[in-house]
Design a protein around this ligand. Structure first.
Ligand SMILES: [Zn+2]
Length: 449
């Protein structure tokens, strides 16, 4: 039995690594240097909040693997204060990809293909607020803008990469107890010093993290009985900005959506549920969301599609938004579709999601559902994706092939026509429901800490 489990674990890990390698972006030339993407295998983040000096910092220790010689790529929006590579101090260069799709950082050292270690230190200043009570800090993300996943706060890789991540969090000199809401496994090592381990399949867009001094939030904890027998721990909460909201209502809605999704798509893919009601619109994480009440269903749906069945890049990002919007409007069917979009065909290194996903993308899903009506529509395929592809980041081309294989009919021509077009259907995009993921500035988010 033990041997069997060990073999199973080994097989799962091996597959996760293979999937990373299959989705690693191609190398490119930058200022005469060959920039190569790496597969991060492990990352430990030492996150220190010094209450007395009101300063926070992160030291990331990353094990990575490159498959060709070149200058390894990572990303951090904040300029590092110290970087070492394989034990030697190095500098980094901020550069753009060939078509200016995105910005990233290169380690300014030619490295042979193989396993390397990278240590990067950065100050942590975004969404950090010190007070006499302690510190509030969050790593909230967005997929509508550039470089707004984990790299917004600390060194990370592109979204394709699944990394075994550990946070070692210290609140130095805090006189009150600090509380952490997160979708990982938290252990308090000593007073106000925490070790958080996250599942191996997490990427730069997976982690929900919100730390507050005790008393800054109000919460309700309960469990949800999954169809697979698990009692899934859940917490719903809000901060003082939403003091008038109702925890009972939030719990009831979370419970209702949880059962709806389990009945449509099978057992909830994550080991816990965290819901913060705050702000306008919402954002999804693995088994977690920060959302306003009206977007709660949309965001929890993303625990299946987006943070369960995961996009490997920006051109695959529209799929889950189109599906979520399709659910929001009650899974409508269409027999014809006019217009087109370029949701699948943005320049190669694009990291963001095309906002047409919320409008034209939704109608494209309605159209596919109509077209596949005699085969049961689109929902059986979605359930199949959760069964077969959960936690395996995909390219849109793989999604198309999987769907074509599932129904025994090629859908390539439809995707080509409607999602690889050159022009966007702008009149329709005006109705885009991107208010669901309404862009909040850091200043706006600061109010919800
Ligand atoms: Zn969404």
């Amino acid at each position: 039995m033990k041997i069997f489990i060990a073999l199973m674990l080994f097989a799962t890990l091996a597959i996760a690594g293979d999937n990373d390698k299959l989705h690693t972006p191609k190398s490119f030339s930058a200022n005469g240097r060959k920039a190569v993407f790496a597969d991060f295998t492990e990352a430990t983040y030492h996150i220190n909040y010094d209450i007395a000096s009101k300063k926070a910092s992160v030291k990331a220790e990353i094990k990575l693997e490159t498959s060709e010689a070149g200058f390894p790529i990572f990303d951090s929006v904040v300029a590092p204060t110290s970087v070492s590579f394989d034990g030697a101090t190095v500098t980094t260069i901020e550069t753009k990809t060939p078509n200016n799709e995105t910005t990233l950082r290169l380690i300014n050292k030619l490295a042979q293909a193989g396993v390397h270690t990278l240590t990067v230190e950065v100050p942590l200043t975004s969404l950090v607020e010190f007070s006499t009570d302690g510190v509030k800090s969050a790593f909230w993300t967005s997929d509508l803008d550039e470089r707004k996943f984990l790299e917004r706060y600390m060194p990370a890789n592109f979204e394709f990469d699944q990394v075994k991540m550990t946070f070692l969090v210290k609140f130095i000199g805090a006189k009150n107890k600090q509380i952490i809401y997160t979708n990982g496994n938290v252990t308090e090592v000593e007073t106000n010093s925490f070790k958080i381990t996250y599942p191996n399949y997490y990427t730069a867009s997976s982690i929900f993290f919100h730390a507050v001094p005790q008393g800054a939030t109000t919460e309700q904890r309960f469990t949800l009985k999954s169809i697979d027998g698990r009692e899934i721990p859940a917490v719903v909460y809000f901060t003082k900005s939403s003091w008038s909201a109702s925890l009972d209502k939030l719990k009831a809605k979370t419970t209702e959506v949880f059962h709806e999704l389990e009945s449509d798509y099978g057992a909830f893919p994550h080991p816990s549920i965290t819901v913060l009601q705050a702000g306008m619109g919402g954002m999804e994480y693995c088994g977690a969301t920060m959302t306003d009440f009206s977007a709660l269903g949309h965001e929890l749906f993303h625990s299946y599609f987006a943070r369960g069945v995961m996009p490997a890049n920006g051109n695959a990002g529209w799929v889950d938004e189109a599906l979520a919007s399709w659910r929001d409007d009650g899974y409508q069917s269409l027999s014809t579709l006019s217009g087109s979009s370029g949701m699948s065909s943005h320049a190669y290194y694009t990291r963001t999601t095309d906002k047409a996903a919320y409008s034209f993308g939704e109608r494209f899903m309605s159209y596919l559902d109509g077209k596949l009506q005699s085969k049961g529509g689109l929902k059986p395929f979605m359930r199949h994706m959760v069964d077969k592809k959960v936690f395996s980041p995909f390219f849109v081309e793989e999604f198309i092939k999987e769907m074509s294989d599932f129904y025994g009919v090629s859908l390539e021509a439809d995707f080509k026509k409607y999602t690889y077009g050159s022009g966007n259907d702008f009149s329709q995009n005006l109705k885009a429901k991107s208010h669901i993921h309404r862009k909040m500035t850091i200043e706006e988010m600061q109010n919800f800490l």
